[in-house]
Write a protein that binds this ligand. Structure first.
Ligand SMILES: Cc1ncc(COP(=O)(O)O)c(C=O)c1O
Length: 436
């Protein structure tokens, strides 16, 4: 069944029930309640292996992997990145705090962010080995900060003025995007670094997320190398063409985009481009988020009610846009399987909606599905990236628990939010003195 190929590598059907990482999903739902997010360790590890193998195969120079924490970050995930010696990309003080609490060492902490506050910059200077500068104002702040403290190495974020094919909201490198600096600003930034003895060691750009045609990256790399030639980096410089390689979310999008196509193009363009310009080969850093964690994650929901209105069958789930805003934000398409007897034949198209007060709270539209009834469990694959990290408390929704499935062992890595958590930051109104 094609749909099964969207699920984590360890997924099997045992005694008529979906099983992941050696754990039966019905038991997990009974034990930890739904909605529940599962991360399969074996699939996470396999994804890292795939990236490292592709880099080793196609790039003759030094290379490394940075996990983009924005896809999903918690202490356990940060710890897992260190078990693989990956760098961790943190956006701002909040993600830096998670990385530090998880024990990520300075030399593997990369600080990103557009419009970093002074607190973000101070935290990055305190804890990061590399800080990626988004704009000239930020660089001026860094010059000030450098007067009273030691500084991380700096990379500059280049806006190549080139898009990749993806949803408009996940394009980042096109002209008109808010991210990074144009070529002229990059040269001014490099000059400022020289004047103030800031250590500039790399250039970064990121053209977008969830693309499956790598060819636009070739022009991005060429434009970046033209700049590198003008800047004149020393040996051991780094080029980071970001992340963004896509994954299939729906059976219509299978097979999964081939990582070799991506790595071959990036590495090949870089080697050729450096040779043509007489540049030394840089350290190549890829920065995937989704590509490492999306497929390892599964969202598990329970059906509250099934109702037919007109010719449409609705399955109402106990989670939706508060834990997964992607369909509402980007019109993202998902697939799903019933946990009980997942191979039984499909009966009819079903619309899966959540419990929230928005007509846009529809997780999946018109998916051919077997008959469902109240209490059934539905598993949504490819739920590991940009879901919980963009989740909300809309309608008082409490974020789901997250469990880590490690070859038959289960561990809660994030507890379910409680109702009390919803007003933990709140203060009751204080009556002004003299009023009754
Ligand atoms: C600077 C940067 N690096 C890496 C990523 C990770 O992208 P993805 O999760 O698609 O691999 C993003 C996502 O937008 C990004 O903005």
């Amino acid at each position: 069944m094609d749909r099964l190929n969207l699920f984590p590598d360890t997924t099997t059907i045992e005694h008529g029930s979906l099983t992941i990482g050696g754990c039966d999903l019905t038991n997990l739902a009974d034990q930890f309640c739904t909605p529940l997010y599962l991360y399969d360790r074996a699939t996470l590890d396999n994804a890292v292996d795939a990236y490292q193998t592709a880099l080793a195969e196609f790039y003759p120079g030094v290379s490394g992997l940075t996990y983009a924490g924005k896809a999903f970050l918690c202490l356990a995930i940060a710890e897992w990145t260190q078990q693989h010696n990956m760098w961790l990309d943190c956006t701002g003080l909040g993600e830096i705090a998670i990385a530090v609490a998880a024990g990520v060492p300075r030399e593997r902490l990369l600080a990103h962010g557009v419009n970093k506050s002074m607190e973000d910059l101070e935290a990055a200077c305190e804890h990061a080995g590399v800080l990626v500068v988004d704009n000239l104002t930020e660089l001026q702040h860094l010059v000030e900060i450098s007067r009273h403290r030691s500084m991380p190495d700096l990379w500059l974020r280049f806006q190549p003025g080139l898009a990749v094919e993806t949803h408009a909201y996940t394009q980042t490198g096109h002209a008109g995007s808010k991210f990074g600096m144009d070529a002229l600003q990059i040269l001014q930034a490099a000059q400022l670094c020289r004047e103030h003895a800031l250590t500039l060691t790399g250039l970064h750009f990121h053209q977008g997320s969830q693309f499956r045609d790598p060819t636009p990256l070739a022009r991005g790399i060429d434009r970046a190398l033209d700049l590198v030639q003008k800047i004149g980096f020393g040996a051991g410089w780094t080029l980071s063409p970001g992340g963004g390689w896509g994954v299939a979310y729906h059976e219509d999008e299978l097979p999964q985009p081939d990582l070799a196509d991506y790595a071959r193009l990036v590495a090949g363009t870089l080697v050729r481009g450096c040779k043509e310009r007489g540049l030394s080969l840089p350290r190549l850093h890829l920065e995937p988020g989704r590509g490492l964690v999306a497929r390892a994650g599964v969202a598990l929901y329970r059906v509250g009610a099934v109702k037919q209105i007109g010719d449409r069958v609705w399955a109402l789930l106990d989670g939706g846009m508060a834990d997964n805003p992607r369909p509402a934000l980007y019109g993202s398409r998902y697939s799903a399987l019933p946990v009980r007897d997942p191979e039984r034949p499909a009966k009819e198209p079903v619309w899966f909606a959540g419990p929230y007060c928005e007509s846009g709270d529809v997780l999946i539209e018109e998916l051919l599905f077997p008959e469902l009834r109240e209490g059934d469990l539905v598993a949504v694959p490819v739920s590991g990236a940009y879901q919980l990290s963009m989740s909300s408390n809309y309608n008082g929704g409490r974020r789901p628990a997250v469990v880590w499935l490690d070859h038959g062992h289960v561990q809660v890595i994030q507890a379910r939010e409680l109702a009390e958590d919803l007003f933990r930051r709140d203060h009751r109104l204080v009556k002004p003195a003299g009023t009754v």
